[in-house]
Write a protein that binds this ligand. Structure first.
Ligand code: HEC
Length: 407
C-alpha cells in the first residue's frame, strides 16, 4: 500500500518544481524585456513609426527587434502577452504555502516562543497580511503617482521593514522570512494582474480604435514595473533563505530581511545602468558586498567563530571525547531523537527528517556541527521547540561544541 504521507511529499515536490519553473520563466522574461527596453537604440534610421530598435544574435539566428508605441496598421494575429508566467508563479507559490506552512503550521509556521497562536490564527494572519500588503502598496502608489518616485520607494521600504518586524514577531523565523517574500511577490503578481495587463488592454484597444491613449497609463505601468524590477532579487533570496538557519533562525532575522532589499536594489542598479549604456557603476558591488558582510556578521553575532577544516572521522572522535558529551548525548536523546530516528515516534513522521538520524553516540558526535548550528547557535531545531528544549540545554551544547573546537 502506498503511503498517504509519501503521496503528500511527492505532491509538494511537484508543486515546488512547478513553482521554480514558472518563477524562472517569469523572471527570465522580465529581465529580458527590461534589458531590451533600456538598450533600445532610438538614434538610428528607424522604420517609420518605430520608437527604437535592437539587433540580437541567439541560437543561430539574428533578431531585429523593433518597438512601436503606436499600433501597427493591422494588428497581428496571435499577439503574444506575457502574463501567465507571473500568474502561475503566484498560484503555485500559494499552493506551496498552503502545503508546507498551513498544513504543517505546527512545524513551520508557528513558534510558541515567538507568539502563542493556534494554527487557524497563524493562517488567518498570513492570509490577511498578504491582502493588506496589496491594499497598502496600491494606495501608496496611487497617492504618489505624480510625486518624486524616490520618495515613494523609501516609503515602500519603510513598509517592508515594518512587515519584516511584524512577521518575526508572530511567526517562526523561517516562516517570517518566507512571508516577507510572499508579501512582496504578491504585490509583484498583483501589479501584473490588476494594473499592468488591464491597462495594457485599454491602451491596445485605444490604439486599434485610432485614439491616442492617455499618457497616464504609460506612467503607471512604468512605476509598477520599476518596482517589480527592484523587488525580484530580494524575493528570491527570501524564498531560498528558509534552507539556511543562519539567515532565519537568529535574533536579527528581521534586520537581515530588510537589508536584503537594499542588496537587491544595488545589484539591479548596476545592470539597469549597464543595459541603458550609462556606464558601469562598480560602486554598487561594493555596497552589495558590504551589505552582505553586514548580514553575515549579524547572523553569527552571538558566535562569530568558524570551524577549522578537518576530517569527519577525526572531528567526530574529538567531539565524542570533549567534556560535556555525555550531557549533550542525553539532551539529544531527550529532545531530538523522537523525530530524528530511523523510525520516528513523532506522529506524522515516517522517516528521519532530512535523513538526519540522532540516535547513537556515533551519529551524534558525527553531526556535532549541525546540532550546534541548529539548536545551539540558533533556535532552528527543534522546530517551534516542539520538544520543549530549555535554554540551559542549548548553552550546554554551545559549551561542548566550543570545548571540542578549542574556541
Ligand atoms: C518534532 C520533530 C523534530 C524534533 C524534535 C527535532 N527535529 Fe530536527 N528536523 C525536523 C524536521 C521536520 C526537519 C526538516 C526541516 C526542513 O525540511 O528543512 C529537521 C531538520 C533537522 C536538521 C537538518 C537541517 C537542514 O536543513 O539540513 C538537523 C541537523 C536537525 N533537524 C537537528 C535537530 C536537533 C539537533 C534536534 C534536537 C535539539 C532536532 N533536530 C529536533 C524535525 C524535528
Amino acid at each position: 500500500m502506498y503511503d498517504l504521507a509519501a503521496i503528500g511529499a511527492w505532491i509538494e515536490f511537484a508543486v515546488r518544481w512547478l513553482h521554480v519553473i514558472t518563477g524562472i520563466a517569469w523572471i527570465g522574461s522580465s529581465f529580458y524585456f527590461i534589458a531590451l527596453d533600456l538598450g533600445l537604440h532610438r538614434d538610428r534610421n528607424l522604420a517609420s513609426g518605430a520608437d527604437g530598435e535592437e539587433w540580437q544574435v541567439h541560437g543561430g539566428g539574428f533578431y531585429h527587434i523593433q518597438k512601436y508605441l503606436v499600433a501597427p496598421e493591422n494588428m497581428p494575429d496571435g499577439l503574444i502577452w506575457h502574463k501567465w508566467q507571473s500568474y502561475w508563479t503566484w498560484i503555485s507559490g500559494f499552493i506551496l504555502l498552503v502545503l508546507v506552512y498551513y498544513l504543517g503550521a505546527e512545524f513551520y509556521l508557528l513558534d510558541p516562543a515567538v507568539a502563542d497562536l493556534a494554527a487557524w490564527q497563524g493562517i488567518g494572519l498570513s492570509l490577511a497580511s498578504l491582502a493588506f500588503g496589496w491594499l497598502v502598496y496600491n494606495t501608496l502608489c496611487r497617492v504618489f503617482v505624480d510625486a518624486d518616485q524616490t520618495v515613494l520607494m523609501l516609503a515602500l521600504f519603510g513598509v517592508l521593514v515594518m512587515m519584516s518586524y511584524f512577521y518575526s514577531s508572530v511567526f517562526s523565523g523561517r516562516a517570517a522570512m518566507l512571508h516577507l517574500g510572499a508579501f512582496t511577490a504578491t504585490i509583484m503578481s498583483a501589479n501584473v494582474f490588476m494594473i499592468i495587463i488591464p491597462n495594457q488592454k485599454i491602451v491596445v484597444a485605444d490604439l486599434i480604435a485610432g485614439r491616442t491613449p492617455d499618457a497616464r497609463y504609460g506612467k503607471i505601468a512604468k512605476q509598477r514595473s520599476t518596482h517589480n524590477n527592484y523587488l525580484t532579487l530580494p524575493v528570491i533570496f527570501l524564498m531560498l533563505s528558509n534552507h539556511y538557519p543562519l539567515a532565519f533562525a537568529t535574533e536579527y532575522t528581521w534586520i537581515i530581511a530588510s537589508l536584503v532589499f537594499l542588496m537587491g536594489v544595488s545589484i539591479r542598479h548596476y545592470f539597469n545602468s549597464m543595459h541603458a549604456r550609462q556606464g558601469h557603476p562598480h560602486w554598487t558591488w561594493a555596497v552589495t558586498v558590504l551589505l552582505f558582510i553586514g548580514i553575515m556578521w549579524l547572523s553569527t553575532a552571538p558566535m562569530f567563530r568558524a570551524d577549522a577544516q578537518e576530517t569527519a572521522q577525526g572531528a567526530a572522535l574529538r567531539f565524542a571525547e570533549a567534556p560535556g558529551f555525555e550531557e549533550v548525548h542525553d539532551i539529544v536523546l531527550g529532545r531530538c531523537s523522537m523525530c530524528h530516528a530511523e523510525e520516528p515516534v513523532w506522529e506524522g513522521l515516517l522517516w528521519a527528517p532530512k535523513g538526519v538520524r540522532l540516535e547513537t553516540e556515533h551519529q551524534i558526535a558525527g553531526q556535532a556541527r549541525a546540532i550546534y548550528l541548529q539548536s545551539g547557535a540558533s533556535h532552528a531545531m527543534p522546530p517551534a521547540n516542539l520538544s520543549y528544549m530549555e535554554e540551559a540545554e542549548r548553552d550546554q551544547i554551545v559549551r561542548w561544541y566550543h570545548a571540542a573546537t578549542g574556541r
